[in-house]
Ligand binder design. Sequence first.
Ligand code: SF4
Ligand code: SF4
Length: 330
Amino acid sequence: MKINNQTITVLESLLQHGVSRRSFLKFSALTASLLALPLNSRLAFSERLANAMRPSVIWLHFQECTACTESLTRSFTPSLESLLLEMISLEYHETLMVDAGKAASARLEDVIEKGNYILIIEGSLSHRDGWCTIANENSYAHLEHALEHAALVLAVGTCAAYGGLPRAAPNPSDAASVSEFMEHTAAPLINLPGCPPVPEVITGAVAYYLAYGEAPELDEEGRPLCFYGRTVHDRCPRKGSYNAGKFAESFDDEGARKGWCLLHLGCKGPETHNACSTIGWNDSTSSPMHSGHGCLGCSEAGFWDRWGTDRGIYRNLDDPVKPGQRTGHQ
Ligand code: SF4
Ligand code: SF4
């Protein structure tokens, strides 16, 4: 069977590429758990994912540093190769693809024409003509063309979701998020902010869509609640010392050595919604708070400017910021 859009299921593709059924079941069980699916629906999730048609994916890069792609290459189960080359059909990715120039553009056109693809965006757009161009096309025109027949749009990383670093003052490129260009787009948008996002958040969002054909439940900022519904602070390994009022006051004092709370050293965990404390990084071995550095707030709107000059003395510990609530952002 030809491996192409809509011609083979996810499981058939995995088996053809030498991934065992056992490995698939392990991946689907882990993903169902990360998605916080009820126990009694996890088997059905696995079956749905196995029988989902392998979709085409277009991955576009705009104003970014490629760390979101780097983050995905660090996802542990499945590896990037098995995710991108076996679960999905990655048709166009400017960093990873072999094609270049006119051959790459022709490939992109072909996938857009066929339609029904997942469109993944990494990086912010530029409102300015000539500032960020791909194949002689301005970033927003390039995006709007790719949006035409997309079934689902993922804004991967804080730059795509909110504007990110390119949007930081003085914002020379007049940078903008993907959502600002989706007014006339029927496809759902999932924002997966983070600088970079937790890789399992990306794979989890894709797996959910493949299984159910729709986005998981989102907060008012378009982020999946299963990954962004809690703050980093909620599940932080230092929460006990926070509750006990024990705070490190410098990175080399006794409190820091004892693993006390990093709030007084600028931790933004109480205002930041992300899965770092629960899923963790590097094969779930660590997170910034595990290794002695506070959260920088990278998955919230307004990162970098929002907290750039504030050393992080949290404004009101009894009044945590709710998802979608912004503080001092443009
Ligand atoms: S280190 Fe940060 S996230 Fe952890 S308990 Fe302290 S304030 Fe909360
Ligand atoms: S701990 Fe905070 S700054 Fe670090 S990746 Fe997670 S949300 Fe971003």
